[in-house]
Design a protein around this ligand. Structure first.
Ligand code: F6R
Length: 257
């Protein structure tokens, strides 16, 4: 609960650099907890991947400590691999249940996930897009950053106007995500992802990027003009985006290149 006062007392910094990934993750957890304490019915946009794992662990601890409840919150996940049922350990749905939902007090009815194993992917896009449209808007969207600058699975080349859709994953992404697989030997080649325009519709966005592998994508996102070459750069068009970095991810900032 000590975390609660710091940010209420002063305007939030839009870019904060911490020494370690753990510190950056803890600060993101604090930010999210404040959002939900202020608005227990908050609509949260969530990401998977290695980066948010500690954030989710902190949220679980806060629920266990009685410091917050997510029982009235609603969640929407950003993306999902095509072809994987939610029960497959490599699906993003399974990740979310393992890393967060099953250990916190989310209401099942308020968790929204893309069905990777839908009979018809296009129908699934339609179903999820409708859910998003009826959500009242995402209050807080948590993002990670791909080494190639992707946000969600909006790979380089994605347009600012893009919406929820089926995408082919780039070779960079297939390679980067391979070590995260539990059972599969290769990363599924296609995914359904919220588009750039869907992400920018959120009222507030948190980008958490950690590790030197992200440094170049962070630099391009923050220091180059918004362009499809580096989808993270589109975030500069949003009025309310917070970057939480560790020293590694921030290590190329300031250098011109
Ligand atoms: C995951 C997602 C991706 C990841 C990105 C970083 O839902 O949308 O954009 O945030 O690939 O992944 P990690 O955190 O594994 O480096």
């Amino acid at each position: 609960m000590t975390q609660n006062t710091r940010i209420d007392a002063a305007p939030r910094e839009k870019l904060v650099i911490f020494k370690t990934a753990n510190e950056a993750s803890d600060a993101v957890a604090t930010h999210m907890l404040e959002t939900v304490r202020k608005n227990p019915k908050a609509v949260l946009g969530l990401a998977t991947g290695q980066t948010p794992r500690r954030v989710y662990a902190r949220l679980i601890e806060a629920v266990r400590d009685g410091a917050v409840s997510f029982s009235q919150a609603t969640t929407y996940n950003l993306d999902e691999y095509c072809g994987l049922p939610g029960t497959h350990p490599d699906s993003f749905a399974a990740f979310m249940h393992r890393e967060l939902f099953d250990q916190a007090d989310f209401s099942k009815d308020h968790i929204n996930l893309i069905a990777g194993d839908a009979v018809d992917d296009h129908e699934e896009v339609h179903r999820y897009a409708k859910l998003l449209q009826n959500s009242g808007g995402i209050d807080l969207q948590l993002l990670g950053l791909g080494t190639n600058g992707h946000i969600g699975f909006n790979e380089p080349g994605s347009q600012a106007s893009s919406r929820l859709r089926i995408v082919d994953l780039s070779d960079d992404t297939l390679e980067s995500n391979q070590p995260s697989l539990i059972e599969l030997e290769t990363v599924p080649a296609r995914a359904i992802t919220m588009g750039i325009a869907d992400i920018l519709d959120a009222r507030e966005i948190i980008m958490l990027a950690t590790g030197e592998a992200k440094a170049e994508a962070v630099r391009r996102s923050l220091q180059e003009p918004a362009s499809a070459d580096c989808p993270g750069s589109y975030l500069s068009q949003h009025p309310n985006v917070y970057w939480y970095l560790d020293a590694g991810a921030a290590s190329s900032l300031g250098s011109r290149g």
